[in-house]
Design a protein around this ligand. Sequence first.
Ligand code: ZN
Length: 221
Amino acid sequence: MFLGHFAVALAAKKAAPKSSLGTMVAACQALDLLWPILVLAGIESFRIDPGNTALTPLAFDSYPWSHSLLGTLVLGVVFGWFVAWWGGGLRSGVVAGSVVASHWLLDYVTHRPDLQWAPWLEQRVGLGLWNAPAAAIAVEGGLYLLGAGLYVATTRARDRIGSVGLWAFLALLAVLYAVNLSSPPPPNTQAVAVVALAIWIFVAWAAWVDRHRERSRLRRD
Ligand SMILES: [Zn+2]
């Protein structure tokens, strides 16, 4: 899942208005921010296997640290604690930690059984929504529209960076998702991992845009 993770970050702004969208994007993609680094370091691995599921040619053979439930929960607690300690307060910390955990839940729905409960447990789980492309795209697109709608309703632009920057951010993510769906399998795993590192750019972009937006007057409580 890709857009669905961002949807959770966008929606989280309503639950934790004090936190930056950048923090929430880092939270929603914390697992996928770590994953390419672990892959490039040779600690986790995957294969290119066209048809692995209908929607992705990637076979996630081994990602026990970044994508096991236990790994996710540990990361969520650490991330949430850090957000709270860094001035976000308890509420933002709890929301950020939950957003980290939501990544595993959404991956559980979409991936074929390749997710482990814990690094040392061999059992793999996943509901495999990726094998029903129309349903997967509808769920992901629907979540994304909902999340983006919530963020736009909760905040308003203070200047052009806050408006144009946000729309460009939202549109580029949607385009990347569509391109990824319609392009041929990637040449090698190395290239996939390097491209995946681009998610870091979206964290910075979200933080930048968020600084140019404020809470909308209607929503002040
Ligand atoms: Zn993931």
